[in-house]
Design a protein around this ligand. Sequence first.
Ligand SMILES: [Cu+2]
Length: 470
Amino acid sequence: MLSRRAVLISALAAAARPAVGQTAPRSAETSAPVRVLRAQSRTIEVNGKPASVLGIGQPDGTSGIKTAVGRQFRVRVENQLDWPTLIHWHGLAPPWQQDGVPGVSGPSIPPGGSADYDFPLRYGGTFYMHSHEGLREQLLMVAPLIIHDERDRPGLQEVVMMLGDFSFTPPEQIFEDLQKRSAMPKMASMTGMAQSGASAARDLNDVKYDAFLANYRTLADPEVVKVEPGGKVLLRIINASSMTNFHIELGQLRGELVAVDGFRIVPQTGRRFPIADAQRLDIRLSLPRQPAAYPILALVEGERRQTGIVLSAGSAEIARVPEAAERPAPPLTPDLERQLRAAEPLKARKPDRVYTLDLTGEMVGYIWSINNIFWNKDVPPLPIAAGERVELVMINRTGMSHPMHLHGHQFQVVEIDGKRFPGALRDTVLVPLGRRVAVVFDANNPGLWAFHCHLLYHLDAGMFRTFQYV
Ligand SMILES: [Cu+2]
């Protein structure tokens, strides 16, 4: 029997690649109905005040999409906003023209316009969708994208928890403030400090948020999800924040981490798991038989603030959970990443090409780059060739951690600080300050692909490159 990965690769090689807006090829599979997603504005309540935000919803109001492996992703995105937009399918491997990065994958959708997407879903898992246009992601232009597969069993209740960070300050103003504030001379040359290893200042959270959200709500009024006493739950946690790393805290429950970024790992049990910006965690819970309420919390690294939802099993009283913990949560470390092992690792193979990518930048002027090159449309793509095994060695020479995301491919984490191991398959890996993290991927989805820090304002400031092959 072919492995799931072999099926994936051969299927990808054979995949048709209709461009956005083009007519889809006719086949039995593509006769599935088109699902409409609307990019639209909406109002939510945050800290007791109305907040004007954006969203990606179906006509019936459902945020995002749940679908199943083996189906076509047949979606029409309708832009109901007054400005251009484009949606990225984070973690999926579509034909590159349908990847949703303005200026890389294709043009934005004009106000009132629409774009059609049509590609096969070759693997399942927990993914999400978000705007890749300007700073719109900060306005909560994010939604879950869940692909069910053979791992979803009857009797396993699915609970999605999508995390976010929120500010009443418009994102353009946040960015301007970051540039102004960091123009102060005290932060001189973070690059030099990190290299020398001397007292590298930690900048864990450079944006001061008004609230942290779980499924668009704060702990003052959290989502309460009914679950069965004695039941089994699959928590699908999505860190859809713009700038924030969290620790997931299961409280009294022990969880079994079964997948990261949608991909199966050798299960790890625990009560606390780190989740960097843009990553996902699938955690299985077995609930005790007695009625009880279980807060599932997300603690902001370096801060006391937290957010979360409550699982309510039976008729138990639900105690209010404070929005601030007693002490700040520590920074994320690579400790768990080192222990993770892919359930289906990539076949061992010598890389055909290795790129060493220094993550560079300075707080002064809020400048972020890769190999000291600030992204703009004239920066040439890094060449790779179809069929190659590519290794990316990322060395963080800045004073901040960077969650690095590759579009259109899964990579496997294979090294942290010089120690090799067959780590997890992922699409986003955290490179903590001063650390060296290497990943490998197979060039099996030709096109022009984005690779960048997923922290929104770092990405916008230039910590972004592209890969290209045919
Ligand atoms: Cu970054």
